[in-house]
Design a protein around this ligand. Structure first.
Ligand code: SPV
Ligand code: MG
Length: 274
């Protein structure tokens, strides 16, 4: 299964249209779209509201990135049913301290909570869900924090025994070695989740061949694509002194109208405007 990041309903709709199996409700992307660091700066309700809007816009499952769970196990217990009610299918919660720092920044502040504390948060998340099919994915940042494979494996096993349905193992090394070694050593029964942003050379076929990875998340490609495209078009318009040259290179207004669900609106008009 492959999930593409999204920061709003339109990016989610484009990801679904491209054929991704799920939407990654990325905290990094939402923070970036507000032009703030991915460091627990946005509120839980800002993220929750966006997940609700995304879930309403697509038919594929939404996997919500709830960072550290917005506090302790009590906060997690309160938030999980709200994500479920918002139409989300899974949450990913990481074992960092609140407020978190983003994982992929060089020299970020990466402090982990005690294993027992995070087990309590995983247990609280599992107990709080109403639909047994709702997935609780525990994410360990042990490799990101530089604590090594033994610590990462121990944490992953502890979180699986606390009830996590899958373990997200994150790495920021520029080669896949660290992740490949972890996956090879993983003896747990639950599947793994990987986010190959930092080691993009690892392809889907390589990951599938490992056999233990159930989900690949592309963590920030929607916002990076959007930033690149906007930068390029905006600078061309300034340079060209108008929109005459870029116009032919952009999606048409008609295409945007279609993506806004115009066909559905016209159908409602036909049926109900009397
Ligand atoms: C996100 O997309 O918000 C993630 C993945 O959590 S990462 O930014 O790589 O930590
Ligand atoms: Mg995140």
């Amino acid at each position: 299964m492959h999930a593409m990041s999204a920061h709003n309903p339109m990016s989610a709709r484009l990801a679904a249209e491209a054929g991704f199996d799920a939407i990654w409700g990325s905290g990094f992307e939402l923070s970036a779209s507000y032009a703030v660091p991915d460091a627990s700066i946005l509120s839980a309700s800002q993220h929750l509201d966006m997940m609700r809007a995304i879930a309403a816009a697509v038919d594929v499952p939404v996997i919500a990135d709830i960072d550290t769970g917005f506090g302790n196990a009590v906060n997690v217990s309160y938030m999980v049913p709200q994500y479920e009610a918002a139409g989300v299918s899974a949450v990913v919660m990481e074992d960092k301290t609140f407020p978190k720092d983003t994982s992929l920044r060089a020299d970020g502040r990466q402090e982990l909570v005690r294993v027992e504390e995070f087990q309590g948060k995983v247990e609280a998340a599992c107990a709080a869900r109403r639909n047994p099919d709702f997935c609780v994915i525990a994410r360990t940042e042990a490799l990101i924090a530089g604590l090594g494979q033994q610590e990462a494996l121990a944490r992953a096993a502890a979180y699986a025994s606390a009830g996590a349905d899958a373990i997200l193992i994150h790495s920021k090394q520029s080669t896949p070695d660290e992740i490949l070694s972890f996956v090879g050593a993983w003896r747990g029964r639950v599947p793994l989740v990987v986010v190959p942003t930092a080691y993009p050379q690892l392809r889907e076929s390589d990951i599938q061949a490992l056999g233990k990875v159930g989900l690949v998340i592309y963590g920030n490609h929607a916002i990076r694509a959007a930033v690149g495209a906007m930068r390029d078009v905006f600078s061309r318009i300034r340079r060209d002194g108008g929109i005459h040259a870029v116009d032919a290179d952009l999606p048409t207004v008609k295409e945007i109208i279609a993506l806004q669900g115009d066909a559905g609106m016209r159908e409602l008009e036909r049926r109900y405007l009397k």
